[in-house]
Design a protein around this ligand. Structure first.
Ligand code: NAI
Length: 343
């Protein structure tokens, strides 16, 4: 295989970022086909990125004889079905987080993937590929922090993105704040600790944006978790950071602690003006994780070309959704929820 021929589905808030990266930043890949329900998106992307084939129907794209792999960036409720169809068509698959919203659909997807071990299936938890998170992971793995005791995570979308989020949530079920947003932190907790979550207690509140009630979404959620080795994890997840896109992680161990993104700084510039000493903040996920989105797609290409296991597996996707679902249930039932670890 000289270049991996890609068909991409979904050209919305994130889809165009992946499409642009594949077409312009990943030399190992060729963006051959794109699919969206929206003809305007297809026309714009085709012209910008010089894509040969466009489709309004996913299954028609899968029937193209020109593809090696599918990149799925459609709304979360479609992921499992689209993964399964792509695997059945003999293609490798990269799928955005979450792998799915229904645990039974995810189980079926995993079973199908296990029947096709030669076809790669990777889930898009891009924070693992961010340079700062990779550096922190090396420190933790080298024992610099000693034994971990607490992991604290903030993942808060900017209030400036509220309008586009409400549209996203109204168009298609996001899965709720824990499956859609906190799932990144849930994945990081598992990745850093190499432990599973045993039980969760989650809470939520809507204060600034009552319109979120209309689309059955929370403005802010929190969760406290216990991991299998008694490590504690705390997360704050939200849609209302007035200052920008706030992603912060703190890891505390017996020999030290570290923070990633303690302030969500845009870059190394400090501005001195009539407002005082100003550190500009990153404003959205493409800005903060631009490098990570490219690195994760390069990693997917390497797995296909060198026949390596994917660094974020379908099982990682299942475990994260299982924990997110437990958080949602905990919030809805106002109780502590134990996680089923039978598979
Ligand atoms: P969006 O609503 O902005 O765009 C959805 C796109 O999918 C549109 O192009 C639409 O035409 C297409 N689409 C919808 N249903 C389809 C179907 N049945 N068949 C083919 N195409 C279909 O969605 P957004 O925000 O881009 O999210 C897409 C996925 O990416 C979600 O699963 C979301 O969780 C994930 N995401 C991940 C982020 C990250 O930080 N890694 C950030 C934003 C989104």
């Amino acid at each position: 295989m000289s270049k991996i021929k890609i068909g991409l589905v979904g050209l919305g808030r994130l889809g165009m970022t992946h499409a642009t990266n594949i077409a312009t930043n990943i030399p190992e890949m060729d963006l051959v086909a794109i699919c969206s329900l929206n003809q305007d998106e297809l026309t714009t992307a085709q012209a910008l990125l010089n894509v040969k084939e466009t489709y309004l129907d996913y299954q028609e794209m899968l029937a193209s004889p020109n593809l090696d792999a599918i990149v799925i960036v459609s709304p979360s409720g479609f992921h499992c079905q689209q993964i399964q169809l792509a695997l059945e068509a003999g293609l490798h698959v990269f799928c955005e987080k979450p792998i799915g919203l229904s645990l039974s659909e995810i189980d079926q997807t995993l079973a199908l993937s296990e029947k096709h071990p030669e076809q790669k299936l990777m889930i898009g938890f891009m924070r693992r590929f961010d340079d700062s998170y990779q550096y922190a992971k090396e420190l933790v793995a080298a024992g610099e922090l000693g034994e971990l005791t607490v992991i604290r995570c903030y993942g808060i979308d900017p209030s400036s993105g509220m309008e586009s989020f409400v549209k996203f949530a109204a168009d298609s079920n996001s899965g709720g704040i824990f499956a859609d947003m906190a799932i990144h932190d849930i994945d990081l907790i598992r990745w850093f600790s190499q432990q599973e979550v045993s039980r969760v207690w989650a809470l939520g509140k809507n204060a600034a944006y009552p319109e979120l009630d209309q689309v059955n979404e929370l403005e802010t959620g929190t969760a406290m978790m216990q991991l299998t080795d008694q490590t504690m994890a705390l997360l704050v997840t939200g849609r209302n950071a007035a200052h920008g896109y706030h992603v912060e992680t703190e890891i505390i161990g017996t020999k030290g602690m570290l923070r990633i993104g303690a302030a969500p700084e845009k870059n190394l510039v400090t501005l001195f003006n009539e407002h005082g000493v100003v550190r500009p903040t990153s404003q959205n996920f493409p800005e903060r994780f631009g490098q990570a989105f490219v690195s994760e797609m390069k990693a997917f290409a390497t797995c296909i070309l060198d026949d390596l296991p994917t660094p974020v597996s379908a099982r990682d996707g299942l475990q994260a959704t299982k924990i997110a679902t437990a958080c949602q249930t905990s919030f809805e039932t106002n109780s502590i929820v134990e996680i089923d670890r039978s598979n």
